[in-house]
Write a protein that binds this ligand. Structure first.
Ligand code: CTP
Ligand code: MG
Length: 383
């Protein structure tokens, strides 16, 4: 039975990393450290499920609606936390293979998982390891003798084991020393542990400066652009809203909500940049609850989605297409209102207008059209 379960231990206090909030719940490149670890493991096709060890409430908050096999309460040491996770997996019926991983190692390269699983075909355990680059020496108050670094490796996680073997190893552990990983327990129980190539991406976040380092290495943002287009009919007896601003005019726009065609195009542009459907997906036009509501609600909803994805709106550019009213006198009021809705500086909001030389429906004053572009920056591993 080669079911593979990933077990993430996230019950530590993160004392060496400082800052009050345990490191696994701090945000890095737009999401919590434990969510990064989860996403990298869960995305691997060989992994069938993820179980997490730690405090339920902050874990649920950090992981949102990501599916879990369970959350097991942590123990006083890493060994006991892993043990609690293994017991929880056993209670679920056990598994063929378990990958035990530190939440504090957020970036798990899929190739490392491939190497571990390949090694397990002939070995009861496998761990990723890296050579030591620095000179190593013993010390007291003064520098002592150099240690041969060629004989040493730095051992990382995830560590892969046949489930029954690591279970036996944990139960058999009697040494009064606390092991810092599971491979030590497997070896003490007599199981061979194979070394596969580790990865610098798997560096553990341990000290405060590790956050800045990880952010600089993995917090690269990429840019995405979305576009939006909308048209509404001009009719008598409606109030005219454009770009979030009321405008005195003989006619107003008819349609969904307050029919602010400019904010609708803008909402679609923002949703487009994060590939989250369109305004109708989120606010179906047939749904009576959106009748007459201010379109600012839609813009705010789209901006909140960007924020949920760890993204940032960099710039929006709106063009309103109509013969009348004249947009110029209201341009700055629209920019100020949109800036307020998106919580951006007005310098990042462009509002333009054009006529269509009296041609077409806009030229005849039958309706107003608007188009928008939104530029958003997102962290590289956003979906
Ligand atoms: N861990 C755990 N239960 C413990 C101790 C540690 O689940 N009682 C987990 C941590 O959450 C971390 C991993 O084991 O993901 C590696 O441990 P470490 O880096 O030492 O984390 P902390 O113990 O949280 O940090 P510190 O030792 O600085 O307090
Ligand atoms: Mg610790």
């Amino acid at each position: 039975m080669n079911r593979v379960i990933a077990l993430i231990v996230a019950a530590g206090k993160g004392e060496r990393a400082g800052s009050g909030v345990p490191k696994q719940f701090r945000k890095l490149a737009g999401k919590t450290v434990v969510a990064h670890a989860y996403d990298r493991l869960a995305a691997h096709p060989a992994i069938d499920g993820v179980l997490v060890v730690g405090d339920e409430e902050p874990l649920r908050a950090a992981l949102g609606d990501r599916p879990l096999l369970g959350i097991a309460p942590g123990g006083a040491t890493r060994r006991l936390s892993v043990g609690a996770g293994l017991d929880a997996i056993e209670a679920l019926g056990g598994t063929g293979i378990v990958l035990i991983h530190d939440a504090a190692r957020p970036f798990v390269p899929p190739a490392v998982i491939d190497r571990l699983l390949a090694a397990l075909e002939t070995s009861p355990g496998a761990v990723p390891a890296l050579p030591v680059a620095d000179t190593l020496a013993q010390h007291g108050a003064l520098l002592g003798d150099v240690v041969d670094r060629d004989a040493l490796v730095r051992v990382q996680t995830p560590q892969a084991f046949r489930f029954d073997d690591i279970m036996t190893s944990h139960r058999a552990w009697t040494a009064d020393r606390e092991p810092t990983d599971d491979a030590q327990m497997a070896r003490a129980a007599g199981y061979e542990v194979t070394l596969v190539a580790g990865d610098p991406m798997l560096e553990k976040i341990t000290r405060p400066e590790d956050f800045a380092m990880a952010e600089a290495r993995y917090g690269q943002r990429s840019f995405r652009t979305g576009t939006g287009f909308d048209v509404h009919r001009l009719v008598e007896g409606e109030k005219l809203w454009l770009g979030g601003v009321p405008i005195p005019h003989a006619k107003g726009l008819a349609g969904h909500s307050d029919a602010d065609v400019a904010l609708h195009a803008l909402t679609d542009a923002i949703l487009g940049a994060i590939a989250e459907g369109d305004i109708g997906t989120h606010f179906p036009p047939g749904d009576p609850q959106w009748r007459g509501v201010p379109s600012s609600r839609f813009v705010e909803h789209a901006a909140a989605l960007v924020e949920q994805h760890g993204g940032r709106i960099e710039h929006v550019d709106l063009t309103i297409i109509c013969e009348a009213p004249k947009i110029g006198p209201y341009r700055d009021a629209m920019r100020a209102r949109i800036a307020e809705l998106l919580r951006l500086a007005p310098g990042r909001i462009s509002v333009k207008a054009t006529t269509t030389e009296r041609l077409g429906f806009t030229g005849r004053g039958e309706g107003i059209a608007a188009q928008a572009a939104a530029t958003i920056s997102l962290y590289e591993d956003f979906r």
